[in-house]
Ligand binder design. Structure first.
Ligand code: ZN
Length: 140
């Protein structure tokens, strides 16, 4: 199964923050924490974006690979996340994948655009975020 990058329609009030929907409980909410593993790296990446939107630091830490995970995580307050666009999902092998995405946000009236290629690894049936490369030439 593979999903295609697409332009996101204007989300409805109840739409999942990641834009895939239909709503948070039926989308990324299923993978919050590690009780139900995300089936692929893209789903995990989307659930992590939704965790940023919802301020769910516990989910971010639970799905961060032990080799790169910070001891604690303080989410910047005041950031307004505006949307996620998944550009590419590349399976390297059964347990390694890369997801390229653009996440837009606004902080204190300033728009910013995070364009990153993230690396994920699967261990014990669970996908984890490892690290990522930023596309720094992008402008908001
Ligand atoms: Zn979602």
């Amino acid at each position: 199964m593979r999903s295609h990058p697409m332009t996101q329609p204007t989300p409805s009030r109840d739409a999942c923050p990641c834009g895939r929907g239909p709503d948070y409980p039926a989308c990324c909410g299923r993978f919050s924490g590690t009780a139900t593993p995300a089936p692929d790296a893209e789903s995990l990446m989307r659930s992590r974006y939704s965790a940023f939107v919802r301020g769910d630091a516990a989910h971010l830490l639970a799905t961060w690979h032990a080799s790169t995970r910070p001891a604690t995580l303080e989410l910047e307050s005041g950031v307004k996340w505006l949307g996620l666009e998944v550009r590419a999902h590349r399976a390297i092998d059964a347990d390694h994948a890369e997801v390229e995405f653009v996440a837009r946000s606004r902080l204190a009236g300033r728009a910013s655009r995070l364009h990153e290629r993230s690396r994920f690894v699967r261990e014990g049936g669970q996908w984890y975020y490892v690290d990522g490369d930023l596309f720094t030439k992008d402008r908001a």
